[in-house]
Design a protein around this ligand. Sequence first.
Ligand code: EPZ
Length: 413
Amino acid sequence: MAHYAVRESPPLRGEIPISTSKNAVLPIMCGALLTREDVRIEHPPDLTDVHTLRSLMEACGCRTHCEQDALILNASCLKNPQDEEDVRKMRASVLVLGPLLARLGEARIPLPGGCAIGQRPIDQHLKGMSALGARVAFDHGGVTLTGCLRGAVIYLDMPSVGATENLLMAATLAKGTTRIENAAKEPEIVDLAAFLSSMGAKIAGAGTSTITIEGVSELHGTSWQPIADRIEAGTMACACAITGGELLLRGARAEHLRSLLFKLSEAGVHIKDTPGGLMVFGRAKQPFEIRTMVYPGFPTDLQAPMMAVACKTPGTSVFLETIFENRFMHAAELARLGAHIRVENRVSVVEGTPYLTGAPVRATDLRAGAALILAGLCAEGETLVDDEAGHIDRGYCHIEDKLCAVGGNIVRL
Ligand code: EPZ
């Protein structure tokens, strides 16, 4: 948990190193359970979610250690985690389901509770696993899957990122061919598939709606550098757009952020893709309309940071959140800084204002916390961001240090 004291800042200028992607590293760590050999993950981000998943890996019998700036995992002695609390701590823990089932023929996890942004069911994960031959039994708030997996055709009712990742991992060791239709196409899926292929998996079509996997009898170890965090990069691009600065986002890849970059250009922010990363400069000057969609549409994880940008952009900006049912909680917090925002179910209308004034606010989820820090950078006086729950540390590596290095007035209390 932490609190951040943020004060009005000059336009941010300089270079921000973008960390390895949280949403790529988490499924890749779970993928390490699919082999008995060492898996080396280069430059893992220093995030609470990574540390939480690492302790869950150890509860599954996986040995872990760090070497230079790499995390080494070895799951030669694999078992189901006994303490369900380990799994309940973080939603992404559901991603151990596929590997445990594929390796052990049995997996038991507690049903994840809801979270602030939505109910977050796992019905698509379970539907796919039963299609692969698993028997699914619910009891005492948990679900147990048993069975020897064989290839199948799976149709996802919606392109769920987590379900696609879980089923992709399970299918690598299933007997025969699996086809996942209406699969998610996020860059993190492509990265996971490339990682699994480097372990000997036979996967085709990752990044499209149809992924085909030929099951193999076993996978071998590998060493992997996951992709840069496109959501951290997008958040920092928003920090530039709200303060009117000039930032080089080192390591960021434009092709993973096209929807955001188009929106920022529509708003009058300049973007330049360079070999070292993404150059972003200038302030948002025109309002914009955003509809969050599955990839390659506008990412829901950048809706809150872009709402912070809209608060100070002249004119009326509109947001339609189509992915999660309750992801506008930051609107009420931004309004405490003087923002003019109206929320109706999945639509938010933001009237840009020239002045925001600092106030104590609360981080309601990971991306909302980042949005409040961004708004504080251009609010007169001090904005105290209360992050008692530690949301921000789950997804951003030392955000205060990275912003201070480019002129941001932010202190972690
Ligand atoms: C991943 O969550 C990300 N998390 C989320 O990032 C991201 O917001 C989300 O994808 C959408 O892009 C990780 O990668 C660890 P989904 P995930 O399954 O896999 C519904 C962040 O801030 N659904 O694509 O849980 C679900 O309720 C986090 O880094 C079902 O109905 O997302 C939601 O409304 C937040 N049944 C929608 O689909 C299911 O079985 C998208 O969920 C699964 C999902």
